[in-house]
Design a protein around this ligand. Structure first.
Ligand code: AMP
Length: 224
């Protein structure tokens, strides 16, 4: 089961990726998370990419390709993997395609105005990764994590100007991947390209994803 999640920033890729990787028992590889951890740890990769990430730009393809190709060569990816946030450019998709064929591309679609509202209202408890939203999932006490009582933060790249930039970057650099994978799917029958409407509750989107995967006969049992 090799799968990628496409979709704009704020589409809920990370949230849904977790359900899928739990169900299919495959690692969830989130390039955004890998980069944010590197930045927090001030590793050499982290230092190289910190400014780009906080400004909402894309990290150069050669850095991303190397990072992801090394990661998917690890032994836990033998049974499959789920990529969340990669590829983001046609060049990244081509380099992945050269190394390994994919089974599914899940493309989550959400209108821009909703993305803006979702991302700018997002607040994070950094140590645990717990995510809140000012209106959709507010903490019990404003600005405070429910469990540890520690302060919540807003990611630099969730500030309004940066979110607008990330959405623009998505349309320019990542949206062409829709055509890339649709064409591949039509010509080779693989990967299977599935469009998912990404509005509504987390649970409703999850149901859409699982019913789309099941319809294509990809059940966990079939994979055993
Ligand atoms: P995300 O959490 O997936 O929205 O990623 C956060 C940021 O990490 C992005 O805005 C980019 O700066 C960087 N990033 C993550 N994945 C990639 C990628 N595949 N290519 C280039 N930059 C990336």
């Amino acid at each position: 089961m090799r799968l990628i999640m496409l979709g704009p920033p704020g589409a809920g890729k990370g949230t849904q990726a977790k359900f899928i990787s739990d169900y299919y028992q495959i690692p969830q590889i989130s390039t955004g998370e890998i980069l944010r951890t590197a930045i927090r740890n001030e590793s050499s990769l982290g230092k190289k990419v910190a400014n780009l990430v906080s400004n909402g730009g894309l990290v150069p393809d050669d850095i991303m390709n190397q990072l992801v190709l090394e990661r998917i060569a690890e032994s836990d990816c033998k049974k499959g993997f789920l990529l969340d946030g990669f590829p983001r450019t046609v060049a990244q998709a081509e380099s992945l395609q050269k190394v390994i064929p994919l089974d599914y591309v899940l493309d989550i679609e959400v209108p821009d105005n909703e993305l803006l509202e979702r991302l700018t209202g997002r607040r994070i408890h950094q140590p645990s990764g717990r995510i809140y939203h000012l209106t959709h999932k507010p903490p019990l006490k404003p600005g405070i994590d429910d469990i540890t009582q520690e302060p919540l933060i807003q990611r630099d790249d969730d500030k309004t100007e940066t979110v607008l930039h990330r959405i623009r970057v998505y349309h320019q650099q990542t949206e062409p991947l829709k055509n890339y994978y649709q064409k591949l799917s039509q010509e080779n029958g693989q990967p299977c390209y599935i469009k998912i409407e990404g509005t509504g509750t987390v649970d409703a989107i999850k149901q859409r994803i699982f019913s789309a995967l099941n319809k294509r006969n990809y059940s966990h049992e079939a994979n055993q």
